[in-house]
Design a protein around this ligand. Structure first.
Ligand SMILES: Nc1ncnc2c1ncn2[C@@H]1O[C@H](COP(=O)(O)OP(=O)(O)O)[C@@H](O)[C@H]1O
Ligand SMILES: [Mg+2]
Length: 308
């Protein structure tokens, strides 16, 4: 909690923006600081916002200000396309310390914690929780895919899940859309995409990363989002990351080689309890051949069928 005199520059900038809308900040809490970006929960009397800003030191030479500016453009475009919830982008701009970006606060907690009961208990509630989480993740992905966009960083920390299993995808920093004349150019000068979190990287993306130099941009795909979605569900339900690594503590490159092989752990050896309908859905998402994975829209129907 900060008082207004001690607010960091991005919070001050959001406060001014909200004041123009007749809202006053009631509470500020920092929620993360990593990889050159900081985030806060900022609450007013009626609303809550997630505020993201760059740290003053650059991380691994990346230009976080430019990345936040791109993310603002991405969320604005996704909003225009109806691919993120209405009004998700609250504001963005420059401040003393760099750039800030505010979005609507999504309810729930990180997926790993939200699904913890499902890692031990087989109950009607945990079955519902897993299916509802899978369904809402698929629906969020499908609303982007329908518009020709991909999230490109689906992973447990970017998925917030409520007690009833309703999931929201956050973090549009790596999202990619169609590049064509007449569309906003968000890609000039961007950091090349080289996969996101290792454990949720699809085999074909892993192979492309291994087969190209660091400056080459690898276009993420909807099928790779589906793999990442399945990997997140596999991981948060079984407690195991889906690919068995030869060197679990080794470098990223070795893990990417294992992922590129296309093998995943057998559910029978890691599931906390049998849930055949759900296992089948997750296994389908983790198919090594991207063309054989379900499209996110079809995934919604398959999950609904599994819940009946
Ligand atoms: N819309 C949101 N609702 C709730 N919390 C959010 C939201 N957006 C971001 N956060 C919080 O801020 C953290 C960092 O945001 P994120 O967009 O994932 O950035 P990065 O991973 O680049 O640090 C998240 O892990 C989450 O705790
Ligand atoms: Mg994130």
């Amino acid at each position: 909690m900060h008082s207004s005199e001690q607010w960091p520059a991005p919070v001050g900038a959001l406060a001014a923006h909200l004041a123009d809308r007749g809202e006053q900040i009631a509470e500020v809490r920092q929620v993360s600081e990593r990889r050159g970006s900081r985030a806060w929960k900022v609450a007013t009397t009626g609303n809550a916002y997630a505020l993201k800003a760059n740290t003053e030191e650059d991380y691994e030479g990346r230009d976080q200000r430019a990345e936040l500016k791109r993310e603002e453009g991405v969320i604005a475009e996704l909003g225009r396309l109806g691919a993120v919830p209405v009004g998700y982008l609250v504001g963005a701009g420059e401040c003393e310390s760099g750039r800030w970006l505010a979005v609507t606060w999504a309810p729930g907690g990180p997926m790993w914690h939200a699904l913890s009961l499902a890692r031990t208990d087989d109950t009607p509630y945990t079955r519902h929780l897993l299916l509802a989480c899978a369904r809402s993740m698929a629906a969020a992905a499908a609303s982007m895919h329908r518009a020709g966009w991909v999230h490109a960083d689906i992973q447990p920390t970017n998925t917030l899940v409520t007690r009833d299993g309703s999931a929201t995808l956050i973090d549009y920093a790596l999202a990619c859309g169609p590049v064509a004349d007449g569309l906003p150019d968000l890609e000039t000068g961007r950091t090349p995409y080289r996969g996101a979190l290792t454990h949720t990287t699809a085999p074909e993306i892993a192979a492309a990363v291994l087969g190209t130099v660091d400056t080459v941009h690898i276009a993420p795909t909807a099928a790779a989002d589906v793999w990442a979605l399945g990997a997140s569900l596999f991981w948060c339900w079984t407690g195991h990351r889906p690919v068995p690594y030869q060197e679990p503590e080794g470098p990223r490159e070795g893990k990417l080689r294992d992922i590129a092989e296309g093998h995943t752990l057998d559910f029978a050896t890691v599931r906390p309890w049998p849930f055949p309908g759900f296992e089948e859905i997750v296994a389908g998402c983790l198919h090594p051949d991207p063309d054989k994975r379900p499209a996110s829209a079809d995934l919604i129907t398959a999950i609904e069928r599994a819940g009946r």
